[in-house]
Design a protein around this ligand. Sequence first.
Ligand SMILES: C[S@@+](CC[C@H](N)C(=O)[O-])C[C@H]1O[C@@H](n2cnc3c(N)ncnc32)[C@H](O)[C@@H]1O
Length: 223
Amino acid sequence: MSKKFNTSKLSKQELASHLKKPTGEDGKEVGRQMNKGNKHICLNSYNVLNPKSNSLILEIGMGNGYFTKNILSMNPNLECTGLDFSQTMVDEAMLLNKKLINTKKVSFIKGSIEKLPFDNNSFDYITTTNTIYFWPNLIDSAKEMYRVLKPTGKALIGYRSKELMDKIELTQYNFNKYTKEEIEKLLDKTGFKQIATEVISEPDIDFDGIPMSMSGLFTYGLK
Ligand SMILES: C[S@@+](CC[C@H](N)C(=O)[O-])C[C@H]1O[C@@H](n2cnc3c(N)ncnc32)[C@H](O)[C@@H]1O
């Protein structure tokens, strides 16, 4: 059965703007809608990342952090930091994850991918899904991920293909779309090794009344 992604009262331009940076009450609602529309790509990204026990994970652009509990439960002794440049999303993530924050296994911080507020070699895993469309500068952002990743650490980018995104009208606003080859080349240029992409199909989604076949692409590499 296809799921409904309700774009409701917002214009396509407004919705695209909130997908880039959810802000205020409308942004909170868009954040909740994203949890429905992006459930599969988010959970699949964690499966492809496959973090081992006793690891530190950074998720960039975690939205309202609804799925943080899922990555944390994948193995014992995982710790996750969520970073997002939307204060609205950081606040929502902190509200939603109060109990986990109290265990000190989870924290959320405001920041942007092109200048990550972390020391070199800080994380075993870095994951970011549905954010690459909005990166201000691809190579500088990928270099930042590389810098804060520990040697042999794994970084993953989850995204929808350019081909799929071109079928969604609102992605003409704010979105930069990429092919798998472009993302693999980016990771290669940054210095990542053992680069590969997995493509995972999802149930169809009803997007503004149009049923669409969905899939997620997960391109990753090792430092
Ligand atoms: C389309 S939402 C995706 C949220 C979630 N990852 C998902 O797939 O449902 C994009 C998220 O990335 C954040 N974001 C976009 N550009 C960013 C940047 N340059 N640095 C940090 N966060 C960014 C936005 O604020 C938003 O929460």
